[in-house]
Design a binder for this molecule. Structure first.
Ligand code: G16
Length: 550
């Protein structure tokens, strides 16, 4: 390093934030590193070191670091790196993060740093810049100190954005790296984020009327204060006035985070959150702990719970964008594709292919996989069933939309709405606030109530469960199967297949989680009681192979 200064700096930082004594290997997983917050300072310091290198390597462009454990418990935390265009860290670099995180002591840390500098040909004299933020978890404060230690140890210019939602940080990174280009993404400030979304929302609502009140469960997380901020920028009077009520906003009670509320609780358990007081057909939505996921739902009389999850948002968005493209006279200029994962409800896939007549692709879980696939299309709509997703418009497509000359007032109207959507949608990553505004705009424009939205197709009954296992790394998905089949443990897939064939339209899969110490089990079938039965049999298969842990 410049006179060995940074090498020594890393050594010192690793002394200040030593690696916990553990036999565990840390892995940069589905969404970066995730574990108990108290275990994370060393790793976070190392993430700072790597983010700085990445910035130097990317010609000094801003790199982001987000400290959050999103949907996980309050005592957990996590840290992940955001690349220059606001995407997830390039996969090739994940192993470098894993490598640094597993250097056992200060000398190894310093050596690992120097080895990577050489290996990646990082010019340490070049400037580097990192933006970072955290969610509301109390452990975030210590982790910020550790992160700063890693950054300053290696001479990186850092900018602390305090508490933000994950997608807001992604926005800022992209905004910073595009500000001097011909297509700036937006102002480089939290305020700029609200202004961009608010302006787009107003245009997209020009010819529509909001469809009654929406109540948003913010999981007692960062989404609560940020949604409140967002509301200040949206019209509160007149025909476009938003009518949004916020519940579960207790961020001063850290233990309440994601506790019996939030998108994951609602989606996995197919149930309303604590604090629910909705009357039949009242529209509700839940964010997760860092506000990058959203699901909608309501009760019918009974009450019968009805979920409008990521698949529903994807189909709603794809159909509306398809209509706008058609009305604007752009049909022959762009194609729309939808990207899903194995968790997508079979009915949603059928509906997209048969009714919307769009191409569907299936990838592994993790936004990084969906995002890359979606980016190959002109318009790529991607959503995980859990409510994490967005819509990508390729640069070429954006150009076509902006250069298009409408030939009638109707074409003009559709084109203006389409243009507004390209600004309303946070194209860097799934964003609960942005996705919520998107859904609200679509429902208002289509004059849809939740009832009509639900009626577009009928979900296959399904169940989602977690199984605790001794070692989730024993479970290995079959390459190329988009996690729908397992290769390991040997012959376990045969047992799953033997269960599934017994049920009409049965489908099930088992995959190791990348964010929790569990394996996930998904099952769907034509009949609800078949799902329960199938789940029971799958659980028995775990027992039979002694894979489950009490
Ligand atoms: C993260 C990822 C999502 C993924 C989820 C669960 O979400 O960003 O793409 O679906 O974890 O992943 P897994 O099943 O591997 O545990 P979040 O909202 O927690 O950041």
């Amino acid at each position: 390093s410049p006179d060995g200064k940074y090498e020594k700096g890393v050594h010192n930082a690793a002394e200040q934030f030593p690696r916990p004594k553990t036999s565990k290997d840390y892995i940069y997983g589905t969404a970066g590193f995730r574990m108990k917050g108290e275990e994370l300072p060393y790793i976070t310091m190392q993430v700072g070191v790597l983010a700085g290198m990445r910035s130097r390597k990317c010609g000094g462009q801003v790199i982001g670091v987000m400290i959050t454990a999103s949907h996980n418990k309050a005592e957990d935390n996590g840290v992940k790196i955001v690349d220059p265009q606001g995407e997830m860290l390039e996969q090739e670099w994940e192993k470098h993060a894993t490598y640094l995180a597993n250097a056992v002591d200060p000398s190894e840390a310093a050596n690992a740093y120097m080895w990577l500098v050489k290996e990646l040909k990082v010019d340490q004299k070049k400037p580097g810049k990192v933006f970072f933020a955290r969610d509301t978890r109390p452990s975030g404060e210590t982790l910020v100190k550790a992160l700063k230690a890693g950054l300053s140890a290696t001479g990186i210019d850092a900018c602390d954005y305090g508490i933000l939602t994950t997608p807001q940080l992604h926005y800022l990174v992209k905004a910073a790296n595009t500000q001097d280009t011909s297509h700036p993404y937006g102002e480089v400030s939290e305020e700029g984020y609200y202004k961009k979304l608010a302006a787009a929302y107003k245009t997209a609502m020009d010819n529509a009327k909001p469809a009654g009140q929406l109540t948003v469960d913010c999981a007692n997380g960062v989404g609560a204060p940020k949604l409140k901020e967002m509301l200040k920028h949206l019209p509160s009077e007149g025909k476009r006035a938003v009518n949004i009520r916020i519940v579960n906003d207790k961020i001063d009670k850290p233990e309440a985070l994601n506790e019996k509320c939030g998108a994951d609780h609602v989606k996995s358990g197919q149930r309303v959150p604590d604090g629910f007081d909705g009357k039949p057909y009242e529209r509700w939505a839940s964010f997760d702990g860092d506000a990058d996921r959203i699901v909608y739902y309501f009760n019918e009389e009974g009450p019968v719970f009805r979920l409008l999850d990521g698949d529903r948002i994807a189909t709603l968005a794809a159909s509306f964008i398809g209509e706008l493209v058609h009305k604007a006279g752009l049909s022959d200029k762009m194609t729309i594709a939808v990207v899903q994962t194995a968790y997508a409800n079979g009915s949603s896939t059928k509906y997209i292919e048969q009714n919307l007549k769009l191409k569907v692709e299936c990838t592994a879980t993790g936004v990084k996989h969906l995002h890359h696939t979606a980016a190959r299309s002109d318009v790529g709509v991607y959503f995980e069933a859990n409510g994490h997703g967005t819509v990508l418009f390729s640069p070429q497509t954006l150009k076509r939309i902006h250069n298009h000359k409408p030939e009638s007032p109707a074409q003009l109207e559709a084109l203006d709405t389409l243009k507004a959507l390209t600004d309303l949608i946070n194209q860097t990553v799934g964003d609960a606030i942005s996705d919520m505004l998107l859904v609200e705009v679509i429902l208002a424009n289509k004059e849809y109530s939740v009832k009509e939205w639900l009626a577009t197709y009928t979900d296959m009954p399904n169940r989602l469960a977690k199984v605790r296992v001794a070692d989730r790394t024993m479970f290995v998905c079959r390459p190329g199967s988009a996690e729908r089949k397992l290769d390991e443990p040997k012959e376990f897939q045969d047992m799953i297949d033997a269960v599934v064939v017994k049920y009409k339209d049965g489908r099930a899969f088992v995959r190791p989680s990348g964010t929790e110490d569990v394996v996930r089990v998904y099952a769907e079938a034509a009949e609800s009681f078949d799902c329960d039965h199938m789940m029971l049999e799958l659980n028995q298969a775990f027992e039979a192979r002694k894979l489950a842990q009490a």
